[in-house]
Design a protein. Structure first.
Length: 259
């Protein structure tokens, strides 16, 4: 029988001292921002990416700034890669209490031109990849009766976008998956939430022309693109003690473009 000990409280920024955080797609863009923010708050961050060089480079930058991190090669689109990578981490750490599923791909095309492999690759990586990661990591969380999972989706999953039916389907599917998993795991003190970014300032958006950039900003009431740090702050909140009574939700980080 469980006992009620009162609500968890937190003051100031979340502290992840003594906790391991696994961030997929953690070597650049939003994932890099999340990795750095968690390390700044005391977590030992495992930066996971398909390319080992990029993962190790981001991990080295975190270490140079005073944090704890390591880089690993992990492909969320491959069963064997996920199983082997997570097994090795659980062997090293005993459990992975904080999981951020950020990795994803796009293969944009209008439906009438979209090839089946473009559909399959996006769904198989973005949606099935999160199934792979959760299926591999959750058993160690259940054993320890603690876990925090944040799945990074997209505003496109809610509002749609021409040429991205595969991407939108994968992201909205992640939200449904997350709500179902949240119900399954709540009694084990494991929360599952989503963060849905809008237009974020990354290497890709930095190369946009002025006209395209203006069209994007016209859709955002706050009149600026978001930053990886904006997304990282939302992820950190949902991973922290202050969000211990929040599960199955999607936190929109989009400057008001979708309400």
């Amino acid at each position: 029988m469980s006992t009620f000990e009162g609500p968890a409280t937190s003051e100031g920024p979340a502290s992840f001292e003594g906790k391991v955080a696994l961030v997929t797609g953690g070597s650049r863009g939003i994932g890099r921002g999340i990795s750095q923010a968690l390390a700044d708050s005391g977590a030992e961050v495992v930066v996971a990416a398909r390319g080992l060089e990029g993962a190790e480079r981001t991990a080295a930058e975190i270490v140079e700034s005073g944090g704890k991190a390591r880089g690993i090669s992990l492909d969320i689109g491959d069963d064997a890669s996920v199983e082997a990578g997570v097994k090795a981490l659980v062997s090293d750490y005993g459990t992975i209490p904080l999981l951020v599923n950020n990795a994803g791909i796009t293969r944009d095309n209008l439906l009438l031109r979209m090839k089946k492999d473009e559909w399959d690759h996006v769904i198989g990586t973005n949606l099935t990849g999160i199934y792979r990661m959760c299926r591999a990591v959750v058993p160690s969380m259940v054993k320890k009766r603690f876990g925090r999972i944040v799945n990074v989706t997209s505003v496109v999953g809610s509002m749609g976008n021409p040429g991205q039916s595969n991407y939108a389907a994968s992201k909205s599917g992640i939200e449904g998956f997350s709500r179902s998993l949240a119900r399954e795991l709540a009694s084990r003190n494991i929360t599952v939430n989503c963060v849905a970014p809008g237009f974020i300032e990354t290497d890709m958006t930095a190369d946009l022309g002025e006209d395209t950039r203006k069209k994007l900003l016209d859709q955002v009431p706050i009149k600026r693109l978001g930053t990886p740090q904006d997304v990282a702050a939302a992820v950190s909140f949902l991973l922290g003690d202050g969000a211990s009574y929040i599960t199955g939700c999607t936190l929109e980080v989009n400057g008001g473009m979708y309400m």
